[in-house]
Design a protein around this ligand. Structure first.
Ligand code: BG6
Length: 512
């Protein structure tokens, strides 16, 4: 894998990755003055504009309650884009990009605001030729979904005119348990059919997450080893040094299990464990992912306390700086029992994975951030080089989702010299050096896909519900007692119980 430069470019691959073109459209963002719009959506759209990747015609309409003019709105967005864009802001480019942005003030429950919006859309459509296509982005808290969806229907906005389309993008949290997710899904699908519903899981838009399938199914060397005959265990990790960062209101009701495991981590698990799909179509891929979720061995009752560790961080040091404990964060109740750390062992009861434990871990306030999937292969037989008391290290294939996106393979090699010493070496592929360009932000890819009508990287209704069905088993058991909640210092890698959970299988959690 080194030297790490792409050796050839396969035109078919280009063809596959660009199989759908983003179509001219009006993007309406509900919650336009919120954090997500400022930090993620507008910077992503700006970067797409900078790369000439946006559709040939686009209108971006920000819908929010606060009074302000379009000029003021554009100025605020420019300040945020300057702060959060992955490429530096060019004033000229910003000017032309911002000319497509309009602010529309209305409260979410005022039907007239939607009727007026219909006029604004029509006018902008006629002016810029967006062909009547509309993409509605619900960048708001879920309790606002019902009123927005019902007003989109009442105002006729959700119904596309002949020859155009109308789609909705829904942000997580998508429910808080199976029942609420089913209700939310029914509500959304009463207004938008499933084929026009795009549920965001931003982990699916991350470049390396997309590369999992390419790595598995565009190379012949991995797939034949990708099963219980050769794989010892899998570790899937997503951890960060940050705390709740002003989101206590949401986070304290959610906790790490609902915030990270139900969506991002189970999505990574499905990509890692799925069977080859019958095609690259969105449904063929999502069918296979759902099968993995259905094969998860349910965790319920006492099993939860054997296989799942939950913890909360106390005060500690991150990068030498003191940080308060979770209960001392703004907005968190002093007696909160919400978990900020989860480690669990899951099993996939299907032919391919029988007997292979998957260890999943997520945490806030650990020393370092990173997300990765590490596949540890079985040990070599205890003959030849592996006869010593101290066994040879196992091969590990690591898919680094972030940072420093890439793939590495750890293997044994002879240290040069006259004596036989075996050491571990790494073959390492880094996106940055191989392709010489920064990887796009997840939201860039996802926005473009929604404009193209490609739902592959969005969670389908049954995926979301299966994931909740699994997580509900754990949450239900947690409700029956709280003495299993343990604590660890901020800046440590987690509680001893998590170490013990992995150790029962002879596994050591990886340092990120
Ligand atoms: C979000 C969670 O979905 O993902 C956050 O709500 C978490 O709590 C974030 O910090 C992590 O995303 P990333 O892309 O920084 O790994």
């Amino acid at each position: 894998m080194n030297p790490a430069t792409p050796l050839t470019q396969n035109p078919l691959r280009e063809g596959i990755s660009n199989r759908l073109e983003p179509e001219p459209c009006t993007l309406v963002i509900f919650g336009a003055t919120g954090d997500l719009t400022h930090r993620k959506l507008i910077p992503a759209l700006y970067n797409l504009a900078a790369e000439g990747a946006l559709p040939p015609a686009i209108n971006i309409i920000g819908f929010a309650r606060r009074e302000k003019t379009t000029e003021e709105f554009r100025k605020e967005l420019q300040n945020s884009a300057r702060k959060f864009s992955r490429t530096p802001l060019s004033d000229d480019l910003w000017k032309s990009f911002a000319s497509s942005i309009i602010y529309h003030q209305s409260s979410f429950d005022d039907l007239d605001g939607y009727k007026n919006l219909a006029h604004v859309i029509k006018e902008a459509d006629q002016q810029h030729g967006t062909r009547g296509n509309c993409l509605f982005y619900l960048a708001v808290a879920p309790d606002q979904f019902p009123v927005i969806l019902s007003n989109l229907r009442e105002s006729g906005l959700s119904k596309a005119v002949e020859g155009s389309w109308s789609r909705v993008i829904v942000e997580k949290p998508f429910g808080t348990d199976l029942k609420s997710a089913q209700e939310l899904n029914s509500l959304v699908n009463e207004v938008f059919p499933e084929r026009d519903t795009y549920r965001i899981d931003h982990y699916l838009g991350k470049e390396t997450a997309q590369n999992i399938m390419v790595m598995r199914f565009a190379n012949s060397i991995f797939e034949s080893l990708w099963n219980s005959n050769h794989i010892d265990h899998v570790q899937i990790t997503a951890v960060e040094p940050l705390g709740v960062e002003g989101r206590a209101g949401y986070y304290d009701k959610s906790g790490a299990m609902r915030d990270m495991v139900q969506n991002h981590l189970l999505q990574l698990l499905t990509l890692t464990a799925m069977e080859p799909p019958t095609s690259l179509g969105a449904d063929a891929i999502r069918d296979e992912k759902v099968k993995v979720l259905r094969s998860l061995r349910p965790l319920k009752g006492d099993d939860v306390f054997k296989h799942v560790v939950r913890a909360q961080y106390k005060e500690g040091l991150i990068n030498g700086q003191p940080v308060p404990g979770y209960r001392d964060a703004d907005g968190v109740p002093k007696d909160s029992t919400t978990e900020t750390y989860v480690a669990l062992q899951v099993n996939i009861d299907n032919w391919r994975w029988a007997g292979v434990p998957f260890f999943i871990r997520t945490a806030k306030r650990v020393p370092k951030g990173g997300s990765e999937i590490a596949i540890t292969f079985k040990a070599v037989p205890r003959v030849l080089f592996n006869q010593n008391e101290e066994s040879l290290e196992q091969n590990v294939l690591v898919i680094r989702i972030q940072p420093d996106e890439g793939i590495s393979l750890r293997m044994s090699a002879k240290r040069p010299g006259s004596s036989l010493r075996i050491e571990q070496v790494k073959m390492d592929f880094h996106y940055g050096t191989s392709f010489g360009k920064a990887t796009p932000e997840a939201y860039e890819r996802l926005l473009l896909d929604a404009m193209s009508g490609d739902a592959t990287l969005f969670a389908r209704r049954d995926e979301v519900e299966e994931a909740w069905a699994f997580v509900d088993g754990i949450e239900d058991a947690w409700k029956t007692r709280s003495d299993d909640l343990t604590f660890h210092s901020a800046g440590s890698w987690g509680p001893a119980e998590a170490t013990a959970l992995a150790a029962r299988h002879g596994v050591i959690w990886r340092r990120i």
